[in-house]
Design a protein around this ligand. Sequence first.
Ligand code: PMP
Length: 364
Amino acid sequence: MTDLPIREELRGKSPYGAPQLDVPVQLNTNENPYPLPEPLVERIAERVREAARGLNRYPDRDAIELRTELAAYLTRTAGHPVALANVWAANGSNEVIQQLLQTFGGPGRTAIGFEPSYSMHALISRGTGTGWISGPRNEDFTIDVAAAERAIAENRPDVVFITSPNNPTGTAVDAETVVALYEAAQAARPSLVVVDEAYVEFSHRPSLLPLIEGRPHMVISRTMSKAFGAAGLRLGYLAASPAVVDAVQLVRLPYHLSAVTQATALAALEHTDTLLGYVEQLKTERDRLVTELRAIGYEVTESDANFVQFGRFPDAHDAWRKILDRGVLVRDNGVPGWLRVTAGTAAENDAFLDAVRELKKESA
Ligand code: PMP
């Protein structure tokens, strides 16, 4: 690649991606461990068959039926009425974020996030030519509001990312903090504030979505990859003011959401209640991981997501390797001293807990 005339800022960089290793227990990418229930698989096949009959035509470019159903889901679950005009969908929330950065970031502009956080915010910024500013967090991984406000005032970013619950720490952000940072961002620029709620269905707290009311520059980003157990589907969406939804149309590729994707997502939305039942089981497993890890003697960051950050290790990568040697793949996100484990099935979590119990004994 070194010989290619690629963009300077991409030279020498590595692509994003967790190792995809063939290991018995895979708890490294925050996936939902439950396969889709068989009646839903049947319904997907039905809807895709129907869509297949029309594949000679381009799909609904505006994904009207899908966005209407996503709006209904949000209205029902997030405690705030949301209409079709407030919702936009794309191939995973990564694409939603990319479209937002193409529209509101770009060359000569900057975005800020509070790290450690979801590393794709920085990487998609780079990919769209947007400058990246790394904002601070407290020792306990909560957002240091005063420091964040200062960073926003000094840097005047065009886009502000707030991830709640945060990946990889699991930390939720309270509504007062989001409002304070929104106000700081409006005073400084005004800028777009993107609240990434990829994991919110697993949270002990309600969604921050009602905050879009009266805040035209606030965006809530969501995904069907986690709570809907459909990471392979590639469906992300956002809720915001209709003006934001209109603005992203300027950069979206025509017909970006295939007819097959739209049909599959619609089928999954018909089975929301069953899928949210799995979320309840995963929340119980997540809480059990927190309790048992602490009982073993690990430090655990409070989690509102479907994963748990645990430590501390003198050498997190060495600990990661030793857990892998016991057949369990967790994630080393590069946060010094800490690793992250995704809540799996009860049996997978037991296997993980056995592995880290042994590791603790070995290092005692
Ligand atoms: N936001 C956060 C915080 C995430 O952790 C992830 C997935 N790891 C995403 C967005 C992207 O998810 P997807 O593109 O599958 O919707």
